[in-house]
Design a protein around this ligand. Structure first.
Ligand SMILES: Cc1ncc(COP(=O)(O)O)c(C=O)c1O
Length: 396
């Protein structure tokens, strides 16, 4: 554990909201600073040495991302984040959807993997099929088998849920989906900082994630897509740098992935992401994961001492997330109380309103751990939660 690498950990907070966004190590912050102070320039736009330097650095990050998830570098499209990646796809793939076709998602999807497909179905008069989930929050392959058919064109599911922390068996789901020649799109926002991702082994068609949840900056995300699929898709944003040639009558595009990156991109965020990947590789994602899983065991054990607590995902031992409510205390009150002690958790519907309804609650408290959290921080949290009822009576 390397707490000194993270400037935010020198501040007064105990931070348990890592599934929302992680803190950034100093290497990432310095990289962004260096770009603006030492070689600020646009990429691909000049034959000058400055532009050449920043273009090379930018493209090096594409290689790093590709290696990180075992893809080819021409299969990596830079976007603004997971939400952006999935929304873009819902437009890129519009042409393959016709009236009465079907798109499958699940009830536990984050809104960003729910609403784009709901909207696409409305635009094209297609049918949205929403799968229920198992008690632990996973998607059952047999339920998928019962719902998929030759009308199914797209299946879009999470790899790891941001509420239950459950990990789906992507490979097994993928085998079923491809038997029906449907496309498999995976929301990897919560998986990318917790498990080793190999898109080839998982056999997915598209995989989306965000830099800011993996110790990188905000404003940068990835859309991985199989080369052949990306080649066949039409861009939806046109302008500088994505074109091959423009005449009055016609425009041709650059090859994949450049045709999807129109205009000036978020260069500093891309560079920061490169350092975040170096950082994860230095510590080792498996080491990070093992540490978090052990810490979660401790957290669960301590939480069990809280009177009237209802933990929804105790069984998901491999996860970094704990989701709970304390009977008769609203999750927002717990969140506000902890905030008074500078302990940051997430309280609310976690951008998963359909799933909250499915759980028959309007909101929950979520603790999401990272490898820089400690047992001492958990002890402090438990100390406050033990007295939550008394404190809240005093406050209101
Ligand atoms: C499972 C999941 N999908 C998608 C998103 C959206 O990510 P972003 O806001 O970085 O686009 C999140 C963010 O919390 C998430 O947890």
């Amino acid at each position: 554990m390397n707490r000194e690498d993270f400037p935010m950990l020198k501040e007064k907070y105990i931070y348990f909201n890592n599934a929302a966004t992680s803190f950034k190590p100093i290497e990432v912050i310095n990289e962004i600073n260096d770009y603006y102070t030492k070689y600020n320039s646009n990429i691909n736009r000049g034959i000058d040495s400055l532009s050449y330097y920043s273009t090379n650095k930018y493209e090096e990050v594409r290689n790093k991302v590709a290696n990180f998830i075992n893809a080819n570098n021409n299969e990596i499209v830079f976007t603004r984040g997971t939400t952006d990646s999935i929304n873009l796809l819902a437009y890129f793939l519009e042409d393959i959807i016709n009236e009465n076709d079907e798109i499958i998602i699940s009830i536990i999807e984050h809104h960003s993997n729910f609403v784009p497909w709901q909207k696409l179905c409305k635009r094209k008069k297609a049918k949205l099929i929403v799968l229920d989930v198992e008690k632990n929050g996973t998607i059952s392959p047999s339920l998928l088998k019962n719902n998929i058919n030759t009308n199914t064109k797209i299946v879009a599911l999470n790899h790891v849920s941001n509420t239950m922390g459950a990990t789906n068996n992507i490979k097994e789901l993928s085998n079923i989906i491809h038997k029906y020649n449907a496309l498999f799109i995976v929301d990897g926002a919560q998986a990318i900082s917790n498990i080793k991702i190999d898109v080839k082994d998982l056999e997915v068609d598209f995989y989306a994630f965000s830099g800011h949840k993996m110790y990188g900056p905000t404003g940068i995300g990835i859309l991985y897509g199989k080369k052949q699929l990306l080649d066949n898709m039409e861009p939806i944003s046109y302008g500088g740098e994505m074109i091959d040639s423009v005449s009055i009558d016609n425009t041709t595009y650059k090859d994949t992935p450049y045709k999807f990156e129109a205009g000036t991109m978020m260069i500093s965020s891309v560079l920061g992401l490169g350092k975040a990947i170096d950082y994860i590789n230095k510590i080792g994602i498996i080491n990070m994961h093992n540490y978090v899983v052990n810490l979660r065991k401790y957290l669960i054990k301590q939480l069990q001492n809280i009177y009237n607590i209802n933990i929804y995902n105790e069984q998901n031992e491999d996860s970094s997330i704990v989701l709970f409510n304390i009977n008769n205390i609203h999750s927002h009150d717990i969140g506000s109380l902890l905030d008074k002690y500078n302990i940051i958790v997430r309280a609310g519907h976690h951008c998963c309103e359909p799933f909250m309804k499915y759980l028959k609650v309007d909101s929950t408290v979520r603790i999401s751990l990272s490898f820089y959290n400690t047992k001492e921080e958990i002890d402090k949290l438990i100390e406050i939660l033990m007295k939550a009822g008394d404190y809240i009576n005093e406050l209101f």
